[in-house]
Design a protein around this ligand. Structure first.
Ligand SMILES: *[C@@H]1O[C@H](CO)[C@@H](O)[C@H](O)[C@H]1NC(C)=O
Ligand SMILES: *[C@@H]1O[C@H](CO)[C@@H](O)[C@H](O)[C@H]1NC(C)=O
Ligand SMILES: *[C@@H]1O[C@H](CO)[C@@H](O)[C@H](O)[C@H]1NC(C)=O
Ligand SMILES: *[C@@H]1O[C@H](CO)[C@@H](O)[C@H](O)[C@H]1NC(C)=O
Ligand SMILES: *[C@@H]1O[C@H](CO)[C@@H](O)[C@H](O)[C@H]1NC(C)=O
Ligand SMILES: *[C@@H]1O[C@H](CO)[C@@H](O)[C@H](O)[C@H]1NC(C)=O
Ligand SMILES: *[C@@H]1O[C@H](CO)[C@@H](O)[C@H](O)[C@H]1NC(C)=O
Ligand SMILES: *[C@@H]1O[C@H](CO)[C@@H](O)[C@H](O)[C@H]1NC(C)=O
Length: 502
């Protein structure tokens, strides 16, 4: 087999027998703003501010004509509680015939990928009680390998790949903020979903979407992970994300919403225009590749933390990232220290224990909602986000542990970042409106339903909550959750693997 950087072929039957993945990546190289090449290796640091623009891809892609007028209802499972599952996932159907895949819903990254048949170290079973499925392009009548000459490939790579000829596949490598990674190549196939067709009713629809076929997953995404899923569904704002692909094919507005049920698990995830409940919004910072907003103040109980304005733009990472793919909430030292001190000052007698070198925990036998203050974050345009003690404290082995994390300690990639994950997003309807470039939320009962508008007829339909049933998982070792926060702060796309098709 060829040793050229893209020694691959899409010829003839496109039967994919072997994938040789050569991973030559060191995380130590992943310094901010690096943009360097190694042959066809191009490492892109996401904070460099480049955004993927797939307008060319869209112009080329005239074959997708599906119409998703009233939106999409994505069934959800999981919980955001670090003491339970620590993540939310959705079920999507892929291929012809369709097989079900369970993917983590992640607004902090831009690609969708699933574990592929070539994967030798992929997780085989999951303690989440779901059956894992490896995607096999040969088993799908509609699956096609995406060529490196496809505009999608050039857009994701920030330009045409050197050495690309039309019979080569388009490889990808994505590294998440927790150091885990997925590497493989892009395929295009039919993705089936539930289209909203009436009140609490859906009909099956499908669209052709490009996603990653993950041939090698490492870290928390690899075979050692017990709470394994089939992949990740990136709902980021770049044009490569599934929401952008579905929106660019027409019909559905580039808007979606989630309501993650922190009490019962599961919740609501809908693509489309939410008209009820109405939410107040704050503008997205245009220069940022994540869903980033400007925080303006932090209140603990009745007291505002005495923070200077520059605190909210620490380091190069300006803004506060909203990320459903992260379990907890990360604050820079300058916010974390006064916040936690202020919270704990309400209960001077507490003794803190450190659990698994990661969490500060204490004993407390009374009601935490009575004994600890609410925390309220304020954002531009007077949007606020209230977090209750039962959200930011979680029980572990008879103790209560603090969910707030200090981003000033630990790996350089996530240093000083302000990132709000499921810990604060649960039990709220969070609306991502990419048409108007705003994001908003309101406290909401995620076991109830929301109203989504059909863009063509103007009719409004109810979309309800789901809980994907699994054979449950009440007690998961906290060690596995410690690293589970997929903090997608450092998100790198590298092209450095070799795939052979014959
Ligand atoms: C790929 O295409 C190039 C040029 O079109 C050709 O030389 C090469 O043999 C092809 N490789 C395979 C494996 O088909
Ligand atoms: C995505 O594509 C649209 C239309 O093709 C374009 O207007 C927009 O700028 C692109 N967005 C990004 C983030 O590249
Ligand atoms: C996708 O939708 C088309 C048209 O609605 C239908 O003919 C086709 O059978 C569907 N494919 C799958 C795999 O569901
Ligand atoms: C956010 O704050 C920065 C300054 O830190 C400002 O330039 C920007 O206009 C603010 N709002 C948005 C939506 O970017
Ligand atoms: C707030 O901080 C500033 C400077 O850090 C200090 O001068 C001021 O006294 C503080 N105010 C309060 C109420 O603590
Ligand atoms: C993080 O913040 C601290 C203090 O605010 C500062 O000294 C440090 O340089 C920052 N680190 C990074 C990587 O920006
Ligand atoms: C937190 O907010 C709720 C709702 O507004 C309120 O009922 C509760 O008293 C607040 N908790 C504290 C400790 O102030
Ligand atoms: C939330 O909504 C569900 C379904 O409508 C209802 O059964 C439940 O009582 C509601 N919970 C609260 C706290 O209102």
């Amino acid at each position: 087999m060829g040793r050229s950087p893209f020694g691959s072929s899409m010829s003839a039957a496109a039967s994919l027998a072997t994938a040789v993945v050569v991973l030559v990546f060191s995380t130590a190289d992943a310094a901010p703003n690096n943009l360097y090449s190694y042959g066809v290796l191009s490492l892109k640091y996401r904070y460099a501010g480049q955004e993927m623009s797939l307008s060319a891809f869209k112009a080329h892609d005239i074959q997708r004509q599906q119409h998703l007028l009233a939106g999409v209802d994505l069934p959800l499972g999981g919980t955001g509680r670090p003491d339970a599952v620590g993540l939310y996932y959705a079920k999507v159907g892929i291929g012809t015939p369709t097989r079900d895949y369970y993917v983590q819903v992640d607004t902090g990254s831009d690609l969708m990928w699933v574990n592929c048949i070539q994967c030798t170290e992929c997780p085989k079973r999951s303690s989440l009680g779901i059956d894992l499925t490896l995607y096999d392009i040969d088993d799908s009548d509609t699956g096609k390998v995406v060529s490196c000459s496809n505009p999608f490939c050039a857009e994701v790579n920030g330009g045409p790949l050197s050495g690309c000829t039309s019979n080569m596949s388009c490889p990808y490598l994505e590294i998440y903020g927790d150091g885990s990674s997925t590497a493989g190549y892009f395929v295009r196939d039919i993705v089936e979903y539930a289209q909203v067709s009436g009140d609490l009713q859906t009909s099956t629809a499908n669209g052709s979407v490009i996603f990653g076929c993950g041939a090698r997953q490492l870290g928390n995404l690899g075979s050692g992970n017990e709470e394994a899923l089939d992949g990740i569904l990136g709902f980021g704002k770049a044009n490569s994300s599934m929401i952008s692909q579905l929106a660019s094919s027409g019909g559905v507005k580039k808007m979606f919403a989630h309501c993650l049920d922190g009490t019962n698990g599961g919740g609501i995830f809908a693509i489309g225009h939410v008209v009820q409940p109405q939410v107040n919004t704050t503008p997205l910072i245009p220069s940022q590749s994540h869903y980033s907003v400007n925080m303006t103040a932090v209140q603990v109980g009745l007291e505002f933390l005495n923070l200077t304005a520059d605190v909210f733009e620490v380091g190069e990472r300006k803004g506060t990232i909203i990320d459903s793919g992260t379990t907890l909430a990360y604050l820079p030292d300058v916010i974390y220290e006064p916040l936690v001190n202020q919270i704990l000052s309400q209960q001077p007698g507490l003794t803190l224990h450190t659990v698994h070198d990661e969490y500060s925990c204490f004993e407390y036998t009374e009601s935490i909602d009575d004994g600890f203050p609410n925390v309220t974050f304020y954002f531009e345009k007077s949007l606020s986000l209230r977090v209750y003690p039962h959200d930011y404290l979680f029980p572990y082995e008879g103790l209560w542990c603090i969910g707030w994390q200090n981003s000033g300690v630990g790996s350089a990639e996530r240093q000083n970042v302000t990132l709000l994950g499921d810990l604060v997003l649960s039990n709220k309807l969070v609306v991502y409106d990419l048409v108007n470039q705003v994001i908003g939320w309101t406290e909401y009962n995620c076991s109830s339903s929301i109203k989504v508008q059909d863009e063509q007829s103007g009719t409004v339909h109810l979309v309800g909550a789901h809980y994907i049933t699994s054979s449950a998982c009440s007690s998961i070792d906290v060690r596995s959750l410690v690293t589970f926060a997929l903090l997608k702060v450092l998100l790198v796309v590298v092209f450095l693997l070799q795939i052979s098709l014959f």
